[in-house]
Design a protein around this ligand. Structure first.
Ligand code: ATP
Length: 198
């Protein structure tokens, strides 16, 4: 498949499915092809997360003002925290001739679609629901309360993958290497295009 436009790649899927893990692998293998889009969030930093690198950590009043000013292409309030991608963050990456990869939730995808921004939409799905719970517990990032919230949200998000035409691709993340190979086959035409434009 040939592509002729360096459109952003949007990865979504329930919390704990492995989006971050897959994106990290892509970034390692194709170092230099992907720009770094720094999202904004009002959640507290996890250990090791750096402001301006992993996220712009911001406050609710600040992000609400920027959203009202139309500075975000998508944003969502997930589990009581805002997450969003500013237009400027995408422009910064495009200006460097790099490929954008967005890790956003399903609500964010809806907003990007409504904003008519052309993107490649990829849903990362768990093989089954119990796997999600295991991965979230295994990651050690959740309290009992946030785990329940994430799993409740995940149930709703999973329904979207079956909406005809909503996603361009669904990748099942069961065995990591197989999921990664599937993802690579979808993304490699974009990598080729990005490299040819250097
Ligand atoms: N195929 C896989 N098999 C087993 N474990 C996996 C697999 N993919 C990811 N994991 C593990 O599952 C946990 C959740 O993965 P990750 O943090 O990448 O999820 P995420 O979708 O980015 O979540 P969030 O949206 O909450 O950031 C991590 O501990 C990761 O190492």
């Amino acid at each position: 498949m040939a592509v002729d436009e360096l459109i952003p790649i949007v990865m979504t899927g329930p919390s704990g499915v492995g989006k971050g893990t897959l994106i990290d692998k892509l970034r390692k293998e194709y170092e230099g092809s992907f720009g770094h889009i720094v999202s904004h969030t009002t959640r507290k930093p996890r250990e090791g997360e750096v402001h301006g690198k992993h996220y712009y950590f911001t406050t609710v009043p600040e992000i609400e003002k920027d959203i009202a000013d139309g500075k975000f292409i998508e944003f969502a309030n997930v589990h009581g925290n805002y997450y969003g991608t500013s237009k400027k963050a995408l422009q910064d990456v495009a200006a460097q001739g790099k490929l954008c990869i967005l890790d956003i939730d399903v609500q964010g995808c809806e907003k990007v679609k409504k904003a008519n921004i052309p993107c490649k939409f990829i849903f990362i799905s768990p093989p089954d629901f119990s796997v999600l719970e295991k991965r979230l517990i295994g990651r050690g990032s959740e309290t009992e309360e946030t785990l329940k919230k994430r799993l409740d949200t995940a149930k709703k998000e999973m329904a979207y993958k079956d909406i005809p035409g909503f996603f361009d691709h669904v990748v099942v993340n069961d065995v990591l290497d197989i999921a990664y190979a599937d993802l690579k086959s979808i993304i490699s035409p974009f990598i080729d295009l990005q490299k040819s434009r250097k």
